[in-house]
Design a protein. Structure first.
Lengths: 111, 113
């Protein structure tokens, strides 16, 4: 079992560029989440999904988009990167009892 | 909506000393409560959880937390810390029904030899 796999681990973007953070889980979990972590601010929920084809906004969705075409994959898209999106991004999945399994994180820098 | 307040952003403590990391929550409905730990350059891992039943919950590595409904608290304690406990600790809350977790801002525990 690989658990939750995130790619890339590190990325530097220029302002205005676009990119997709990939997230895959092999545990057949219905619930998946994207959080961002900023120093001293804890984790903020960006988007989440309760199953394939269903997504919903979290606390800080502006500037991001998601899709959930399969149970396994939950990519996060940044369309026009801004310096405020410099952060560490964590994907997580949940079988339905709030016991989240986190990926190792993707560190994004926007210059 | 729920919220979580972790009262200390940093807690330095000497090895083998006791430690308490404080967490208070706000919610108008019943809650589930969690502590997650993040070691340097890693993702978060579940440390312990309160879903129902006994208000005192324990982890496998000696941490415990007590759910206090009247004080809306879920403080994390360990009677004797080790260097390896150095990490950031996050308290989190959700309501019953699989709503997404809301995290506190974290407490950085530094254990000093």
């Amino acid at each position: 079992n690989a658990g939750v796999t995130q790619t890339p681990k590190f990325r530097i973007l220029k302002i205005g560029q676009s990119m997709t953070l990939q997230c895959t889980q092999d545990m057949n979990h219905n619930y998946m989440y994207w959080y961002r972590q900023d120093p001293g601010m804890g984790l903020k929920l960006i988007y989440y999904s309760v199953g394939a084809g269903i997504t919903d906004k979290g606390e800080v969705p502006n500037g991001y988009n998601v899709s959930r075409s399969t149970t396994e994959d939950f990519p996060l898209r940044l369309e026009l990167a801004a310096p405020s999106q410099t952060s560490v991004y964590f994907c997580a999945s949940n079988p339905g009892a709030n016991v989240l399994t986190f990926g190792a994180g993707s560190r994004l820098t926007v210059l | 909506a729920q919220s979580v307040t972790q009262l200390d952003s940093q807690v330095p403590v000497f090895e083998e000393a006791p430690v308490e990391l404080r967490c208070n929550y706000s919610s108008s409905v019943s809650v589930y409560l969690f502590w997650y730990v993040q070691y340097p350059n890693q993702g978060l891992q579940l440390l312990l959880k309160y879903l129902s039943g006994s208000t005192l919950v324990e982890s496998i590595n000696g941490f415990e937390a007590e759910f206090n409904k009247s004080q809306t608290s879920f403080h994390l304690r360990k009677p004797s810390v080790h260097i390896s406990d150095t990490a950031e600790y996050f308290c989190a809350v959700s309501t019953t029904g699989n709503t997404p977790l809301v995290f506190g801002k974290g407490t950085r525990l530094s254990v000093i030899a």
